[in-house]
Design a binder for this molecule. Structure first.
Ligand SMILES: [Zn+2]
Ligand SMILES: [Zn+2]
Length: 739
């Protein structure tokens, strides 16, 4: 561990002459987290202790160590100027002295506007010359904090001892930046961020100006001559030109620069919102040099569009920040209880739920699955765009699999498709993102051709409900009831259950602040249950109780209600082993999938949830275009004969398939997930119940008494002919056909 971060970092020195990008990419792949690149040879990388492939394996000629001092002497020798500084900085961060300083940092956890301290701020730039966009139309230099980011560190010294930095102070600056950016980049888990450095020391023969200069005049006095020494023009245009060149020469996604100086400043730390530069005084005011790391992380937040959250910044809970246009909801002034700890609010290693969206981090995903006793081939393919998903669907259909469950998520506003596949035969169909009328028409058409809807997915696109469905060869009665409130839905569930249908798939989503339910029904017998919107503990308790009574969970629905995660489940009569694993990261989920598959379970239902807030902004604007959708008609392919379909595969998506039921290769286990399993049908260990949820169950398949206070609307047609899907305002719409 380096500094005060609970992150395992290693120093890696690549041999001279290695193609830098290839080796760095290999290290990045093995790291999976934050990396710092100092010149072509020195890399500091966060390396999970249980990485599936170590950087050493991927770059066998590299030299690695937990501390710079542990490197062989040859590797510590100056590989290049920037590399040497990076090594020295990591050496400082792993020293006992540095750890002690971090353990005793002044004013830890205090808000940035704590009494008696000058707060780091960007106010002086608002509307001033620095805030002006560099070039209208020029690509932004720091639109979001993703991928590889070039960081130019420029230490500006003056002619007197008071304006100079010692060697130790220069190393300290780089070490503090390293510590701050390891933490900041690690917040974008699991993607991480790669920081790529340029480090310059400029010595000027310029005296400080009079004390009554404006903040801008103070900066200009040393900035313009410093940029001139580096070969760039005056003003912010010169800084922007330097940062642009940095991005081009380092081949990074984004770039910014940071000036460190002892010249007098208007504020001891400030940045332009959206870049290209931040400025810090080495003394860091009352916070002191041992807090440069956190102030630097805070100011870098501004570079990537995150607003201040401390009260005296004048923040308010509205506005739209970053690529996701998310308001500043954790602003101390208006957030309940003053909000939660966050680097944009206080001197802390913490981040609220909103800042990741302001920074434009890639949205993380969590995976949940329902497992039941089963055999045979099976597959899971997740996070593909439409073209790739269809290509996989075609490929696996041809190999004797059938899609059973479809999940559509919108990470970063992009539509992504995931699917659970099981061994199967016969006709199949997939129809995605249709409006209700179009979907109902397709449902009627395909139902008449011997298919049955087995899975429904409802997605909010441009604030409009879109329906997607998985169809399989089938017969018998079937029903579809969509967009109903709870009472209306339960009334329909009771009515149709009594008529020999069973709910097989449930969708629960928040629409305009109200939870709406949609359900797929198929002809069936036996006990059945429905439990909705429970918290995790309550849901697991119900799951255990009903499993013990001869029911099995067949469909899990995870719904965000406000800030809470709620679980809803469809239960049907069943026997044999069962499992439930929720909220796991990908590698953890994949491990569980492999483990349980080998024990005779099969995934039957799958959920993807985005971490953090996703509701506030959901930038769906480009989503339709990105997915290749054309209007509201929806798009899809159908093969009744199970013959091959066209589909081009050019990339994306990740997943695993086992054609024989044997385990596939497991990735490393990391992160959590929670769940319980009973392989013999005995009750799984129960967890504590803290709240309720609501629902009903019929173990004998008789009618269930439930109060239905809302009238509900819709239509059901009992004869064997197809009905038109008729839309009605209010409580839901749908059609029913008995085959
Ligand atoms: Zn600030
Ligand atoms: Zn925050």
């Amino acid at each position: 561990m380096a500094g005060d971060l609970e992150i395992h970092e290693q120093v890696i020195v690549l041999p001279a002459g290695l193609p830098a990008m290839g080796a760095q990419a290999a290290v990045k792949q093995a790291s999976g987290g934050v990396t710092h690149e100092y010149g072509p040879r020195v890399i500091i990388a966060a390396v999970p202790s249980a990485a599936s492939a170590s950087p050493q394996q991927l770059a066998p000629s590299a030299t690695m160590a937990d501390e710079s001092a542990a490197l062989p002497g040859r590797e510590r020798e100056d590989p290049d100027d920037v590399g040497a500084v990076g090594l020295a900085a990591f050496g400082m961060r792993t020293s006992e002295e540095y750890r002690q300083a971090k353990a005793n940092r002044p004013h830890a956890e205090q808000p940035w506007d704590a009494e008696g301290l000058q707060q780091p701020c960007l106010h002086d730039d608002a509307g001033g010359p620095h805030a002006a966009p560099s070039d209208a139309g020029a690509p932004p230099l720091s639109a979001r904090l993703t991928g590889r980011v070039a960081v130019g560190i420029i230490i500006v010294e003056g002619p007197t001892n008071a304006l100079r930095f010692s060697d130790a102070e220069r190393t300290k600056v780089v070490a503090e930046v390293q510590n701050g950016l390891t933490w900041l980049g690690s917040q974008s888990s699991p993607a991480g961020v790669s920081w790529v450095y340029d480090i310059r020391v400029v010595r000027l023969n310029v005296q400080p100006g009079p004390a009554n200069q404006t903040s801008e005049q103070k900066e200009q006095r040393w900035r313009d001559p410093a940029m001139a020494q580096l070969g760039f023009g005056a003003g912010m245009a010169g800084v922007t030109a330097y940062v642009e060149q940095l991005r081009t020469s380092r081949g990074t996604d984004w770039a910014y620069c940071a000036f460190f100086t002892k010249y007098p400043l208007g504020h001891f730390a400030y940045a332009s919102l959206g870049g290209p530069r931040l400025v810090m005084h080495y003394d860091n005011d009352g916070w002191g040099p041992d807090n440069i790391d956190r102030v630097f992380a805070h100011e870098t937040g501004h570079i990537f569009n995150a607003p201040d959250e401390y009260q005296s910044s004048g923040c308010h809970c509205g506005g739209q920040y970053g690529v996701f246009n998310v308001p500043n909801t954790n602003c101390e002034t208006c957030a309940p209880g003053g909000g939660v700890p966050c680097i944009m609010k206080a001197n802390t290693w913490a981040m609220c739920a909103y800042t990741p969206y302001h920074l434009g981090f890639p949205q993380g995903q969590r995976y949940s699955g329902v497992f039941l006793a089963g055999t045979g081939s099976h597959g899971l393919w997740v996070n593909a765009d439409w073209n790739h998903f269809v290509a996989k669907w075609n490929e696996w259909n041809n190999q004797g699999l059938r899609l059973e469950d479809l999940e559509i998520s919108q990470p970063g506003g992009q539509l992504r498709y995931s699917g659970v596949f099981r061994q199967g035969t016969g006709g199949y169909g997939l129809w995605a993102l249709a409006d209700w009328n179009s979907f109902a028409a397709k449902w009627n058409e395909w139902s008449g051709q011997g298919l049955r809807l087995v899975d429904l997915e409802v997605t909010l696109v441009n604030n409009q409900l879109r329906y997607s469905g998985v169809f399989r060869a089938g017969s018998g009665g079937y029903g579809l009831w969509a967009d109903a409130d709870w009472n209306s839905f339960v009334a329909k569930w009771n009515e149709w259950s009594a008529q020999g249908l069973r709910l097989v798939d449930l969708t629960a989503m928040q629409v305009n602040g109200q939870v709406r339910y949609s359900g797929v029904f198929r002809q069936g017998t036996g006990g059945y249950g429905l439990w909705a919107l429970a918290d995790w503990n309550s849901f697991v308790a119900k799951w255990n109780e009903w499993n013990a009574q001869g029911l099995r969970l067949v469909d899990l629905e995870i719904t965000k209600v406000g800030n809470d995660t709620r679980y809803s489940g469809v239960f049907r009569a069943g026997a044999g082993g069962y499992g439930l694993w929720v909220n796991a990261d990908w590698s953890s989920f994949l491990n569980k999938w492999n483990e349980w598959n080998a024990q005779g379970l099969r995934l039957v239902n799958f959920d993807v949830s985005l971490t953090g807030i996703e509701a506030a902004a959901s930038p769906i604007r480009e989503a339709m275009a990105a997915a290749g959708a054309d209007g509201a008609e929806g798009y899809g392919v159908l093969s009744l004969a199970a013959d091959a379909l066209d589909g081009q595969a050019t990339g994306a998506g990740f997943g695993a398939v086992s054609m024989t039921g044997a385990p596939t290769e497991a990735a490393s286990t990391e992160g959590g997930g929670m769940g319980a399993v009973s392989l013999d049908g005995e009750p799984a260990p129960s967890t504590e119940v803290t709240s309720n949820g609501f629902g009903a169950v019929s173990l004998t398949a008789g009618g269930v008494g439930t109060e239905a206070t809302g009238p509900g609307q819709g239509s059901a047609t009992m004869p064997t002919s197809a009905v038109a899907g008729e839309e009605e305002t209010g409580a839901g719409f749908g059609g029913l056909v008995h085959g």
